[in-house]
Design a protein around this ligand. Structure first.
Ligand SMILES: CC(C)(C)NC(=O)Nc1ccc2nccnc2c1
Length: 330
């Protein structure tokens, strides 16, 4: 039974505070388990990142540290929040708010495809989450249906972006230092757009285009089953396949957003800001629903209060804990 569940390998203080139970998610770097806070019986998700399948201080462990640092500092309604953090010799344990709707991936799979108004509500929230990350100099770099979580089993629900371990806190400082040194040996792309912030952020816009395609069409835009080209070639050429039967009921406006995000040249690709201004998203009913979900405390005050909430909590990172102060970003 639950009480005799073997929790021996867990950190003592984690075990004292939480009872870990069944696995509810798996990631490339570990697993997610359903946990109960012993004192309140409140439910949480505990993400376990085992260091052993990472080389000692290799990039992967640094990514895990970046993820934890970012998770502890970001503060937006559509970004997963960290409740607690523990670690042992072999693993990191991140206590997260539980998203009872599970992964977007499973929702789309079970529904074949989402109806357009639901896809629009989810897509708008993803845009706002990524807009917030970008305004704080963070590129997610690994946006996919497994990393978008739903707050409930209802269609109309809050979504949250998770899995920042591939994120990159823009190394502007690194670039500045580089440009101070002798330029003689630097490659041209260091000076051109290839390494400026703008280019980097555009990768998330592409991924959001793929996410919207999957929500609307119910299948991925680039897939080995489409024609003779490899998936990589399809992506490099920007050749996605809209299967007629799946897209007839999708509006031209929605298709226009997809087409403007799945543009190969990052400089020509629609940005997050432009996407937020696209006609498809100027939908008052959807915006009111989204703001009600994102800023419930602003209830009754309507759009003004929601804008107010957004402008105050909008752009700021949470203060880092004491132990974070002296930490050098690697
Ligand atoms: C709804 C059901 C089947 C219990 N799944 C679930 O809650 N999945 C997840 C998976 C990963 C999570 N990561 C963080 C927070 N909640 C999560 C919930």
């Amino acid at each position: 039974d639950l009480m005799s569940d073997d929790q021996s390998s867990l950190p003592r203080d984690l075990q004292d505070k939480y009872l870990l139970t069944r696995r509810i998610g798996t990631g490339v770097c570990g697993e997610v388990r359903l946990a109960f806070e012993r004192s309140t019986c409140r439910k949480f998700a505990v993400k376990i990142i085992n260091k052993k399948n990472f080389q000692s201080e290799g990039t992967a462990t640094r990514n895990a540290k970046t993820e934890i640092d970012i998770l502890q500092r970001v503060d937006h309604p559509c970004l997963i929040k960290t409740e607690d953090f523990y670690q042992t010799e072999e693993s990191f344990y991140i206590v997260l708010e539980l998203m009872e709707g599970g992964e977007l991936f499973h929702r789309v799979k079970s529904k074949q495809q989402l109806n357009e108004s639901v896809a629009k509500l989810y897509f708008y929230q993803m845009l706002r989450a990524v807009e917030y990350l970008h305004s704080n100099g963070i590129i997610h770099r690994d946006l996919k249906p497994e990393n978008i979580l739903l707050s409930s089993q209802d269609d109309v629900c809050l979504i949250k972006v998770t899995d920042f371990n591939q994120s990159r806190i823009l190394e502007e400082a690194v670039l500045m230092r580089t440009l101070c040194g002798t330029p003689s040996y630097l490659a041209p792309e260091v000076f051109t757009h290839a390494s400026t912030t703008g280019y980097g952020l555009a990768v998330d816009a592409w991924s959001l285009g793929v996410l919207l395609f999957v929500c609307l069409g119910g299948y991925p835009p680039f897939h080995e089953s489409f024609g003779h080209q490899s998936v990589t070639d399809q992506i490099i050429r920007g050749e996605f396949t809209m299967v007629q039967s799946k897209w007839t009921s999708v509006s031209d406006q929605a298709k226009d957003v997809v087409r403007k995000l799945l543009v190969v040249d990052p400089m020509k690709r629609m940005s997050i800001e432009e996407a937020l201004q696209h006609p498809w998203l100027q939908d008052q009913k959807m915006l009111e629903t989204a703001h009600r979900l994102m800023y419930p405390s602003a209830e009754g005050g309507g759009a003004a209060a929601a804008m107010e909430a957004e402008s105050t909590s909008g752009r700021h990172l949470r203060k880092r804990g004491r132990e974070g102060d002296g930490e050098e970003q690697h």
